[in-house]
Design a protein. Sequence first.
Length: 151
Amino acid sequence: MPQPRSHDIRRGRYSEAGRSYLLTTVTHQRRSLFHDFHHARLVIQQLRRCELERSCRSLAWVVMPDHVHWLIELKALPLGEVMRRFKARSSLALHRAGVPSQRVWQAGYHDRALRREEDVLHVARYIVANPVRAGLVRSVREYSHWDAVWL
């Protein structure tokens, strides 16, 4: 079986301040770390910290049991640096909370730059409806690990 080559994903990646990006990152070996309410809230704190630092503006996000979807408008930092900081800080917070000292996140992440004409609100709705599509809840209102600026 061929080895994953996350560095190939980065080839051609370009960060543009002011552009909206849909980001997805997955836990190492798809472990369901965020079924635990406290662990999910620690990750959410780190999403918010990135916004407080003005490296991005969070438009919508959802923390699923084994992954995160995050719609941002990029600000001061390159995309890779925003994700590096988020993943490093959330890993540290989780380890301090008692998650075993092993990898929290898989290497790399998926990003998609939204075209200017794309409906950002449509993408945000898709993100926050993820727990419903996954069968975790019947209604978005029943899930506590999401947010969107349009509320």
